[in-house]
Design a protein around this ligand. Structure first.
Ligand code: ADP
Ligand code: MG
Ligand code: MG
Length: 880
């Protein structure tokens, strides 16, 4: 029995918009537009399934496909009353690629297919327009030669330029039929010379070669790397669309254009677009002539304009989203050639989402899913004035480490940054930054480093501060002591002005004006919907009252990580901190700590005040102590003087504190084990601040967090000490207060023994920076040396310090959550690493059932939206 072959080809109208996976985005929407009665030239779509079979069968087509193409071609001919390859009434088509997800790496479109040395005569005869006919032919030979046969695009451009030069004209529209006819011959010769093969005259062969080329392009290098970059699966395939040609290049009453149903920059409900008369295909976007604003069409062709306005409404009514369309006018008649969801800026996305809900086009849930979390980043930072930026001199480019814009005078050390910032904006420029630079970084408008990656100290700290940072600008050589940097033969000195764009990594000479972010009504309304859907709480990582305030304005529901050590770097305290560190015995150390106590207490009071009844998780001292001490002899000398020590003495102490592997050394809770008096001071400061504020009617919710725990006994010992301090304060003050004691989970052993640890800990907070570092055995500060190779060679898909490694680190987290909750049902669980603000990591946190994520203030809206998306996605999965 003869098998009925599968349907491989769909005539426009047989498909619908929901069939994107099978017909590709372009094909599905061409069918949809046909179905809703829009003027779409006839055509058909060869499915994405054929693309996959093509590769499975070793670049052969499934049986029956050729017949289906013939049938559909016949149908086209009948509808048009024309015949493909006919010498009197030839049908011409375009061949267009189109995957389910739009992909610039794919084959370009071929227009005017079906022309050859014979059919051209019929086209001339029929249109009585010799120039148009030759223009169409030369475009076809060029496109075919370029995208199907693989001849250098430039060689065609050169030939065209030569013809224009010879005639001393500027635009291709100024070439006449003779010139274009000559150009066709030029092009054919170019093809023959480059490929040793002639341009094919048989239309069926032209069509077959073009279809081959589209499917072939699915696995070209450009397409593969585009898919890798954008997480598009490699097995979804592309479709091929074959469509009857309409001509925008037939003269004055013809033209072509692109339009958006709304303004894609602002989201305003206003028709937006550009067109060119007497032009074809990509001419508008290719910039060969300057296109006109769509509003001009109203005067030029009022009927067409009115039709377009109707179509604009019809499309939005139908798709319920902003559309991006292509149209062509052939001798006063309008045709639609494409529609798809229009790309838009973040503010446009919000405007459109809110407006469409207001107009009852979509519900709130749909509105929430339409905005990508990462997009919100654009809204939260200062930006360079676009026009001024284009006019400015680009100095170099580094990594876009922390978004926003900054301009200021260059300084080369943290102290100068602090000092000069009093007189105006400064940019701190360093080869790389270290914890000693924190004050300077805080004082600077922006930070520029010559070395380091997206997770370098400068990048992480700057993102935390919401401060613009360009990191790893390799072309720059910084001479810190000589106070200048060199780049591409140019020298920039201390106090010279530069401008940074942290969103692109660009560095400019001089001042470029910046514009402030405005979080308007749309943002507020939209975010309130977001909060209705999310289940995860969103807290912030904040160390100062100011960060806390910013975080609250962005919707933080508490502090998930307050790092006490950042407070230690402030100018008025670092001395006491250093005294504490170099103290020879407990007595001396306690003396130094006694000086720090009131300062820490004041910090906590201020932060508690801002957060009022929201929980505040405070981490006990975490970094290795030598980070607080100077490195250079010059500085050691100075500090020895200040501390009343001898240079040699201090130097010896510093040397003694030196560790071979500080990240695995004397840090975290190990500090409190060795020096219980440090913990004592910090905990006292926290609880005394609590008492003070409770007396003033604040509701304080302190949570003391023990870092770098590996065994439950560490927790037990320290928790007992914390409880003792709390009890003594309560007794002395005759006042009761609530508090929690919990742990960071950032050592694999803590995950594996989480059930033990949960017996003591009242909450877990995953410190995924360290947990990632320790699970992979990658030093975060050194990973810049090898991670790029890992990514390039495909050993890792993503930088695990930026996106949580779900298969490894994530499994440890999952295990810890399960084990922890088994022992303590109401165990509060959150995350406070860099990942807390990364959308896909947030989704993971939702899936494993955490209570909250904590991230830097400027990522809070992103985390809120990502949490809503995660919850909606889960619901949808359950329903299907
Ligand atoms: P892309 O995906 O790069 O936008 P398209 O397949 O949409 O490629 O086509 C490129 C250009 O050619 C567009 O301007 C499109 O409108 C035009 N075009 C495609 N098919 C036809 C056709 N049958 N008639 C006229 N113009 C066409
Ligand atoms: Mg297109
Ligand atoms: Mg840590």
């Amino acid at each position: 029995m003869e098998m009925v072959s599968k349907k491989y080809v769909y005539f426009f109208g047989e498909g619908k918009k929901e069939m994107k996976n099978l017909l590709g985005g372009k094909g599905a929407n061409l069918s949809e537009m046909t179905n809703i009665g829009l003027p779409v030239p006839y055509g058909f779509t060869i499915t994405t399934e054929v693309c996959n079979l093509f590769y499975e069968l070793g670049k052969k087509y499934p049986k029956g496909m050729d017949d289906q193409i013939d049938e559909n071609l016949k149908k086209l001919e009948e509808k048009m009353g024309m015949v493909f390859g006919d010498e009197e009434n030839p049908l011409l088509v375009s061949v267009r690629s189109g995957a389910a997800i739009s992909m610039p790496g794919m084959m370009d479109t071929v227009l005017n297919l079906g022309l050859n040395d014979k059919t051209i005569k019929a086209l001339i005869e029929k249109t009585k327009n010799e120039r148009f006919a030759w223009d169409s032919y030369r475009r076809f030979v060029q496109m075919f030669g370029d995208v199907v046969m693989g001849v250098e695009h430039d060689s065609f451009e050169e030939a065209l330029q030569a013809r224009k030069d010879k005639k001393k004209v500027k635009y291709d529209t100024e070439l006449d039929a003779e010139d274009l006819k000559g150009l066709v011959e030029d092009y054919k010769k170019i093809i023959k010379k480059a490929k040793g093969k002639s341009f094919p005259q048989d239309p069926r062969e032209q069509l077959k070669m073009s279809i081959d080329a589209v499917f072939g392009s699915w696995n070209n290098k450009r397409a593969i790397s585009y898919r890798n970059l954008h997480d598009i699966p490699h097995n979804i395939g592309t479709a091929v669309n074959v469509q009857v040609m309409v001509f925008g290049n037939m003269g004055k009453s013809s033209g072509t254009g692109v339009a958006f149903t709304r303004d894609p920059a602002t989201g305003k409900d206003e028709f937006y677009g550009e067109y060119l008369m007497n032009a074809q295909g990509e001419d508008v976007v290719a910039g060969i002539r300057t296109p006109k604003h769509i509003s001009k069409l109203e005067k030029e062709m009022p009927d067409i304009y009115k039709q377009l306005i109707d179509i604009r409404r019809k499309l939005e009514d139908h798709y319920r989203d902003m559309q991006d369309v292509e149209f062509t006018i052939q001798e006063g008649k309008l045709y639609m050639l494409q529609t798809r969801t229009g790309k838009r800026t973040a503010s446009a996305a919000l405007r459109i989402a809110v407006d469409m809900v207001d107009k009852k086009y979509i519900d709130k849930k749909t509105a929430v899913t339409r905005v990508e979390p990462q997009m919100l980043d654009q809204l939260l930072h200062k930006q360079l004035d676009i026009k001024a930026k284009h006019k400015s001199e680009l100095l170099a480019k580094g990594l876009p480490a922390s978004p926003g814009a900054a301009l200021g005078r260059v300084v080369f050390d943290a102290d100068s940054a602090v000092e000069e910032a009093k007189n105006g904006n400064v940019i701190l420029v360093r080869t790389e930054t270290s914890p000693e630079d924190i004050q300077g970084m805080a004082a600077a408008q922006g930070i520029l480093t010559a070395r380091g990656g997206m997770t370098s100290h400068a990048a992480v700290v700057a993102r935390g501060m919401g401060k613009c940072c360009v990191a790893g600008a390799e072309d720059i050589k910084v001479f810190e002591s000589k106070k200048y940097f060199k780049v591409n033969g140019k020298q920039i000195k201390k106090y010279d002005w530069i401008t940074l764009d942290g969103s692109t990594g660009e560095i400019f000479v001089g001042k470029i004006p910046v514009v402030d972010p405005v979080l308007g009504e749309d943002f507020k309304k939209f975010m309130s919907w977001v909060d209705d859907y999310r289940k995860l709480g969103v807290r912030t990582n904040a160390d100062t009252p100011n960060d806390s305030k910013v975080a609250i304005s962005f919707g933080a529901e508490g502090i998930g990580l307050c790092r006490t050590e950042h407070m230690f770097f402030e100018a008025d305290r670092i001395k006491a901190v250093r005294k504490m560190i170099v103290a020879g015995n407990r007595e001396e150390r306690e003396k130094a700590l006694a000086k720090l106590l009131p300062m820490q207490k004041k910090d906590f009071i201020e932060i508690f005040k801002v957060m009022n009844d929201l929980p505040v998780t405070i981490r006990l001292l975490d970094p290795p102590l030598h980070e607080f001490l100077p490195n250079e002899d010059e500085d050691i000398k100075e500090i020895a003087g200040e501390l009343g020590l001898k240079f040699d003495e201090l130097k010896a102490t510093i040397n003694a504190l030196h560790e071979i592997n500080p990240m695995l050394g004397h840090r975290g809770c190990r500090l409190s084990i060795t020096y219980p008096e440090i913990l004592e001071m910090q905990v006292r400061a926290i609880f005394e601040a609590t008492v003070d504020l409770i007396r003033k009617k604040y509701k304080v919710k302190p949570e003391v967090m023990i870092p770098l725990v590996g065994t439950v006994r560490e927790v037990k010992v320290l928790k007992e000490q914390i409880i003792k301090i709390a009890d003594s304060i309560m007794k002395k003050e005759n006042l009761k207060f609530d508090y929690k004691v919990g742990t960071m989970i950032e050592i694999p052993r803590a995950c594996v023994t989480a059930d033990e640890i949960a017996k003591e800990a009242e909450f877990f907070s995953f410190g995924t920076n360290d947990l990632t570092q320790m699970t992979f055995g990658f030093s975060r500060d050194d990973s810049g040396k090898f991670l790029p190779d890992y990514l390039e060679k495909g050993i890792l898909d993503k930088d695990p310090f930026a996106t949580l490694d779900k298969d490894g680190v994530g499994q440890l987290i999952k295990m810890a959550v399960e084990k922890g909750r088994k022992v303590r049902k109401n165990l509060k669980i959150g995350i406070c690493g860099e990942h807390g603000g990364d959308p896909s990591s947030v989704e993971f946190c939702h899936m494993v059932g955490m209570d909250y994520v904590s991230c830097s203030p400027y990522r809070i809206p992103i985390a809120r939206l990502a949490a809503a998306h995660a919850a909606l996605k889960e619901k949808e999965k359950k329903n299907s």
